[in-house]
Design a binder for this molecule. Structure first.
Ligand SMILES: [Zn+2]
Length: 171
């Protein structure tokens, strides 16, 4: 296991998404939920990962991602799902934090817009979203961080490299 997960969280089966991360008991806003570890790999190498694990790594810069690179290394933290109305966000590059109080039995999610950005030579990411929240964008892509309403909503919770891009874009 390469990552740390808060003891109040666990993996549960979820009809829609296969598996998800759920709170076992209440977790207050600001709590560190996960510290992601793993192999640091280029986005090119990440693209070539087999099967499901291609979706498990987190992009942490314009050129690199962190995560597992072998199916036998799948860890609990690899089962976080996307939501267009998430309750968790990134602090820096590898820390996931509660954006608000999370109640027992709530699923813990983040928005892929917080971690994904287009990179030269890497194929564009597109996810048909079925999170069913009122804010659902239906299609999640790696250019969603450019949307002003997304920038406003997740201020302080983007991957550091995306926060830098936003600052540059808006200065
Ligand atoms: Zn959605």
């Amino acid at each position: 296991m390469y990552s740390w997960m808060h003891p109040s969280l666990e993996v549960r089966e979820n009809g829609t998404f296969g598996k998800g991360i759920y709170a076992v008991s209440n977790v207050p806003k600001g709590e560190c939920l996960t510290i992601f570890g793993g192999y640091v790999m280029s986005l090119k190498d990440e693209e070539r990962l087999p099967g499901q694990i291609v979706d498990y790594a987190h992009q942490i810069s314009d050129t690199h991602a962190i995560g597992i690179n072998r199916e036998e290394d799948v860890q609990p933290v690899d089962h976080y799902n996307h939501s267009c109305e998430p309750n968790a966000g990134f602090r820096g590059q590898i820390v996931l934090e509660a954006m608000r109080d999370i109640a027992a039995n709530e699923q813990v999610t983040f928005d892929y817009a917080m971690t994904l950005a287009e990179a030269p030579g890497i194929k564009l990411y597109e996810l048909a979203c079925e999170c069913l929240t009122p804010s659902c964008r239906k299609v999640v892509t790696d250019s969603d961080w450019r949307l002003p309403e997304i920038q406003a909503r997740y201020l302080g919770y983007f991957q550091l490299y995306i926060a830098d891009k936003i600052e540059k874009l808006n200065s």
